[in-house]
Design a protein around this ligand. Structure first.
Ligand SMILES: [Zn+2]
Ligand SMILES: [Zn+2]
Length: 123
C-alpha cells in the first residue's frame, strides 16, 4: 500500500460522513500538500475495485464514497442532500424469506426529508 493510499484510507475511516472525491482530495492536501488530484481519484478507483470502499451514485451531485463495502442502506435527504447509514439487516432477512434465497448484494437508498429540512418546510 502506498503512502497516498494509506492516507486516503485513514481520512475516510476518521470521517463520519460520505465524502466526495474532491472532499477527500481537499483533506488529503492538508496532510500531504503535494498530492495530486489524479492520485486521489486513481487510488479511490483501486480501493473500490479491491472492495475496500464503495462508490455511491447520488441522485444529484457527484458520487460519494463509503468507507466500507459491507452492504447497508442509506437515508438520503431530498432537501439538503445529507446521507446517513441505516441498518437493514432485518429487512434483508424478510426479503430472503420472501424470495427463498440469499440476497447477494443490494443498493438501497431511502429518500426522505431530514428533521432540519422538515422544520424549514413547516415555517
Ligand atoms: Zn435535509
Ligand atoms: Zn454508507
Amino acid at each position: 500500500m502506498t503512502r497516498q493510499r494509506a492516507l486516503i484510507f485513514e481520512i475516510m475511516q476518521n470521517h463520519p460522513g460520505h465524502l466526495t472525491a474532491d472532499e477527500i482530495f481537499a483533506l488529503a492536501k492538508q496532510r500531504m500538500p503535494n498530492i495530486a488530484r489524479g492520485t486521489v481519484y486513481r487510488n479511490l478507483k483501486l480501493m473500490e475495485q479491491a472492495n475496500e470502499i464503495a462508490r455511491l451514485e447520488m441522485p444529484a451531485g457527484p458520487d460519494r464514497f463509503d468507507k466500507t463495502s459491507v452492504p447497508h442502506g442509506h437515508l438520503y435527504c431530498d432537501g439538503c442532500g445529507e446521507l446517513q447509514d441505516i441498518p437493514v439487516v432485518g429487512l434483508m432477512r424478510e426479503l430472503e424469506t420472501a424470495i427463498g434465497t440469499q440476497v447477494r448484494s443490494y443498493q438501497l437508498t431511502i429518500h426522505y426529508l431530514c428533521p432540519a429540512c422538515r422544520r424549514k418546510q413547516a415555517q
